[in-house]
Design a protein around this ligand. Structure first.
Ligand code: IGP
Length: 260
């Protein structure tokens, strides 16, 4: 079993438990369920910089990144830095995140928030909405075409934007459909953790122009952004580079200053 298979197997157990603790109607009755969501895709289309900054405490590839920052300050700092959106890891076991982190980020800023999660069940989309997300991630490597269609259409019915993540041509071909807003190319292979910006470059030409293109992972300097922009990328998802410092917001601010 590779790491991705393990994460998904654990996720199935976790979702069953969550469902038994919080029924769907309780999620639907939460105050945030009525909130007007903000479109990340629209913000990226109109942005010169396109930074999506992530809150990530640890990961299977890097173990600890930063356990001492608090989400409230990180979200405020990112907003103050002028990022387009924030990504919040909500997986607990492998990334040290939680839905409470999402709720805290929501209370702290008005940025579009991406629920960064391994989505394999519609229930997780209701959770995303109930905890204040604006955007959901779908990972092509763990979903069938039918599931991508089902989940993305359900997300759209909840007014959530959809970011679909691919890592290779096969995943991309299987995933193209009108219910997606953004296509993300993960420069990190989730099965081996190898990172290369060439992945984004190579896949850029076969992503139809109606989708906002996002390059994800392994972006550690301004040069990388400058290198990717000519390939049509409008969004750049950055986690570790900001989170490994003692002030994530401030490092995002300096980064964006350098880009303008
Ligand atoms: O910390 P980095 O290398 O800047 O990467 C951020 C983000 O792209 C990465 O966390 C990520 C991209 N896709 C994912 C899917 C699941 C978990 C995590 C991810």
């Amino acid at each position: 079993m590779n790491i991705l298979d393990k994460i998904v197997a654990d996720k199935r157990v976790e979702i069953d438990l969550r469902k038994s603790l919080i029924p769907v109607n309780q999620l639907e009755q939460s105050v945030l369920f009525e909130r007007q969501t903000i479109s990340l895709a629209t913000k990226l289309r109109n942005s010169q910089t396109g930074i999506i900054a992530e809150h990530k405490r640890r990961s299977p590839s890097k173990s600890v990144i930063n356990q001492s920052l608090n989400v409230f300050d990180v979200a405020k700092g990112y907003e103050d830095a002028g990022v387009c959106g924030m990504s919040v890891l909500t997986d607990g076991k492998y990334f040290g995140g939680s839905l409470d982190d999402l709720l805290t980020a929501r209370a702290s800023c008005n940025l579009p928030l991406l629920r960064k999660e391994f989505i394999i069940d519609e229930y997780q989309l209701l959770e995303a909405k109930a905890y204040g997300a604006d955007v959901i991630l779908l990972i092509a490597a763990i979903l069938t075409r039918d599931e991508i269609k089902q989940f993305s259409e359900f997300a759209k019915s909840l007014n959530l934007d959809v970011l679909l993540e691919v890592h290779n041509e096969e995943e991309l071909h299987k995933s193209i459909m009108p219910s997606l807003d953004m296509l993300g190319v993960n420069n990190r292979n989730l099965k081996t953790f190898d990172v290369s910006l060439e992945t984004s470059k190579g896949l850029s030409t076969i992503i139809p122009n109606d989708f906002v293109k996002v390059s994800e992972s392994g972006i550690s300097n301004i040069e990388a952004i400058k290198e990717l922009q000519p390939y049509g990328y409008k969004g750049f998802l950055i986690g570790e580079n900001f989170m490994k410092t003692d002030n994530a917001g401030e490092s995002a601010k300096q980064f964006i200053k350098g880009l303008l």
